[in-house]
Design a protein around this ligand. Structure first.
Ligand SMILES: [Zn+2]
Ligand SMILES: [Zn+2]
Length: 338
């Protein structure tokens, strides 16, 4: 099969992410073998490819927004059969036994493993996933439209919950890529007023088209104080900017797995009056199931740009350069091997 692998982390403008031929992987006893149909391109894939995240598996295949079809099952799997459509997301495995897992915070499990970082992901014709971490997907939505929901959507949902937006509240979104444009749709469907703050004019247009009340530059002030804000851009300089835009008692959640350094905060302007700064770490499977159900109910759809699998490097370069709005999705047009 064809698969991309990170020969060595480095600038995506180079050739260190390589397309190779390798054997179709064998699923472990508790795993599914999945024929990949579509795989979303997430900023985390860029962080893995460029070395912003440490190497956890040399030569790893990135990709953790996979929509595919079960092509085989390990001997200990029940409840899935060949032909079932499934989703593969970022959280791949936890120990299920530590204190975090036991209290329902499996996203904090110190033994957790991640698709496309600890194990090969979906920038390939086939991938594997532990059956317990595979998602069943709603009917009637095509593969490409579903793929970005599996990380961008789920993380945006967790970030929105962490931001503790009151009903009908005023929400600021800093950065407006794959995750934010899905989060905005959910917040709007739930009655929020959404203000978008991003440097990219195309993203500002998309925000207004989706129903945002305003769209301004990333360092601009929103037109009204915010009850909650979410920082999607991986830019630490925006943390004090967003904190100052909060109303008293407001909450800022930081959605990214990687953030450039946060400059010094000024207590009086940035945190006093009980403002809160929170991070968001991965997600639980419960977050995923809740979000996929809400997305189906509210008709949340990713704005997508399709690239064939063999153009993954170009998709990541375009993501880095901000050359598209919404989300890029890789499609594998080769049928399953018999
Ligand atoms: Zn655990
Ligand atoms: Zn992701």
């Amino acid at each position: 099969m064809r698969a991309w692998e990170v020969a060595e982390p480095g600038p995506i403008e180079g050739e260190l992410l390589r397309l190779v031929e390798k054997p179709v992987p064998a699923p472990g006893p508790d795993e599914l073998l999945v024929h990949v149909r579509a795989c979303g391109v997430c900023r985390t894939d860029l962080h893995v490819s460029e070395g912003d995240l440490p190497v956890r598996r040399p030569g790893v295949t990135p990709g953790h927004e996979v929509v595919g079809v079960v092509a085989g099952t390990g001997g200990a799997v029940s409840g899935f059969a060949p032909g079932d459509r499934v989703g593969v997301a970022w959280l791949r495995r936890t120990d299920g036994t530590c204190g975090y897992c036991e209290r329902g915070a499996e996203n904090l499990c110190p033994a957790s493993e991640y698709t496309g970082w600890d194990a090969d992901g979906g920038y390939a014709e086939y991938t594997t996933v532990p059956a317990a971490f595979a998602y069943r997907l709603p009917e009637g939505v095509d593969d490409v439209a579903l793929a970005p929901l599996l990380c961008a959507g789920i993380i945006g949902y967790r970030a929105l919950r962490r931001a503790a937006l009151p009903p009908g509240g005023r929400l600021g979104l800093y950065g407006f890529g794959g995750s934010a444009h899905l989060c905005a749709q959910l917040a709007l469907a739930q009655g929020a007023t959404v203000h978008v703050l991003t440097r990219d004019p195309a993203a500002r247009r998309l925000a207004l088209a989706l129903g945002a009340a305003s769209a301004r530059g990333a360092y601009d002030e929103p037109p009204e104080p915010l009850d909650s804000a979410i920082l999607f851009a991986p830019v630490g300089d925006l943390v004090p900017v967003a904190l100052r835009a909060l109303d008293r008692g407001g909450v800022l959640s930081v959605a990214g797995i990687h953030l450039s350094d946060v400059p010094p905060l000024r207590y009086e302007s940035d945190l006093f009056y009980e403002k809160e700064l929170r991070s968001v770490t991965s997600n639980t499977r419960e977050d995923g199931r809740e979000f996929l159900a809400l997305a189906a109910r509210h008709g949340i759809r990713a704005t997508t740009h399709v690239y064939p699998l063999e153009r993954a490097r170009e998709a990541l370069r375009d993501l880095k350069a901000g050359r598209f709005d919404g989300a890029a999705v890789l499609v594998n047009d080769r049928p399953p091997q018999s």
